[in-house]
Design a protein around this ligand. Structure first.
Ligand SMILES: C[S@@+](CC[C@H](N)C(=O)[O-])C[C@H]1O[C@@H](n2cnc3c(N)ncnc32)[C@H](O)[C@@H]1O
Length: 425
């Protein structure tokens, strides 16, 4: 069996075993209906899975924590294994509620549970679904991705693509970043423990804590106090890559809602000047709210609009972060629906945007300034090759260091970061 298939198979067996003890879980039809209706929104109406899950969980205030976990977990699992489930079921996807109830039945049986004796599930009882699952051999079915993506990944990444993409089907841990401006890692760990939230330290990032059990932390006092943010281990490596010093002038040019801006602010001890830019003003509004909670008051936000701001900021930054829009192929563990929404055309466009951003925005650096180009993708065409093209066109820059991270080899999200220095004149 090729390595990728072994990894995919091992993940599947682990997933089955970890759920084996729950064999007698009772199925509540209103919860299954919520899963099916959510899948329709995601696949028929092309809505984002995280938004659909959020809305669905808000839709019934009578649901307890276990009901909510059931709904969220099953939506994500069915989105993640969508292609494999249809392959086992033996049909092309059919987006009707009736077929999705059947598909849920197959999913439930494959998880090792039994189905209630209801007419809707009757036709499923005669088939050995595990045997049908074991007979599937094509990688794109096994790791549950579209054919075009499997071909592209193989062409770009080669030998390790199978392992990379298989590992994207595991569930990502929840990682917190202690806000060093307000609290030490030790104190945060203790504070969370006092609030019933257990965490573990990791050697992979100095401010990181891993949640030992999935639970709602956004309601915790520690979160409201701005003691931590949720941020993956890979993402936590980006701001330190900028080699920041307190007092510097920093531009975060694709700041979004500010995940990395807040980290930059904490590393600079709230000293110096941070300018956060983005093309979407509503994300910057969210950034401002988060900055207030985090205790940062040196962040100024500007929407990019037609780009005049880039001109105005020419030659002003000691450090520049370009956390560019990307395919998101590195974060499929968290956003499994992205693999069904991506297309070759979208990828072509996003690569053009990335090259535009790095070429145009690099002008904001001072001579001798340093920038980091980062993506949450594992594709060389969004990463190393973009940097290479930029360096060919801009001999006044040199590459200092680059790093790739992936779920398969680093147990983090898939990320790429490259540190580039603008040479002195
Ligand atoms: C990967 S996300 C950034 C995530 C953010 N840095 C964080 O850590 O939370 C990329 C961001 O780039 C923004 N973007 C898209 N096109 C852009 C452009 N031409 N210039 C600047 N930002 C852009 C998107 O709105 C999005 O917020």
């Amino acid at each position: 069996m090729p390595q990728a298939h072994k990894v995919a198979f091992a993940l599947w067996v682990f997933w089955l075993k970890s759920r084996h003890k729950k064999q007698m879980v009772r199925l509540h039809s209103n919860l299954v209906e919520a899963v099916v209706q959510s899948l329709l929104k995601i696949f028929a109406e092309h809505q984002y899975a995280d938004k659909v899950v959020e809305q669905t969980l808000k839709s019934d205030s009578r649901w307890g924590a276990r009901d909510r976990a059931f709904v969220a977990e099953n939506i994500y699992e069915m989105v993640r294994w969508w292609r494999l489930l249809w392959a086992v079921y033996g049909q092309a996807p059919d987006l009707t509620a009736e077929q999705l109830h059947q598909l849920f039945g197959v999913h439930w049986l494959l998880k090792g549970h039994t189905l209630p004796d209801k007419p809707i599930y009757q036709s499923l009882s005669q088939t050995d679904w595990n045997a049908r699952r074991a007979a599937i051999t094509r990688r794109a079915d096994l790791v549950s991705i579209p054919d075009w993506l499997d071909e592209l990944g193989q062409a770009e990444i080669g030998q390790t693509w199978g392992q990379e993409i298989a590992a994207m089907n595991s569930e990502a841990p929840v990682v917190l970043r202690a806000n060093s401006l307000k609290i030490s890692l030790e104190k945060l760990k203790q504070e969370l423990e006092n609030q019933g939230i257990l965490t573990e330290k990791t050697t992979l990032a100095p401010d990181a804590l891993l949640l030992t059990k999935r639970q709602n932390i956004a309601n915790s006092q520690a979160y409201r106090d701005g003691f931590f943010e949720v941020q993956d281990l890979a993402s936590q490596q980006v701001a330190p890559f900028l080699r920041l010093k307190a007092g510097m002038t920093v531009i975060d040019a694709c700041a979004g809602a500010g995940g990395k801006t807040l980290h930059i602010g904490a590393l600079m001890q709230n000293k110096g000047k941070i300018t956060a830019l983005d093309v979407e003003p509503r994300k910057l509004d969210e950034l401002k709210r988060r900055a207030r909670r985090a205790g940062l008051d040196n962040i100024h936000t500007f929407p990019i609009g037609k780009g005049q701001i880039i001109q105005q900021l020419r030659g002003t930054a000691d450090r520049l972060l370009l956390d560019v829009p990307c395919s998101g192929l590195g974060v499929l563990r968290r956003n499994p629906d992205a693999k069904w929404k991506l297309s070759p055309d979208f990828l072509d466009n996003i690569r053009r945007t990335q090259q535009h951003i790095i070429q145009e925005y690099a002008t904001m650096l001072k001579p001798n300034g340093m920038m980091v180009y980062a993506t949450c993708s594992i594709l060389p065409s969004e990463n190393e090759r973009q940097v290479q093209t930029f360096l060919e066109n801009n001999p006044q820059f040199e590459l200092l260091e680059s790093r790739r991270l992936s779920p398969a080899f680093d147990s983090t999200d898939g990320f790429f970061m490259a540190a580039l220095q603008r040479k002195k004149k």
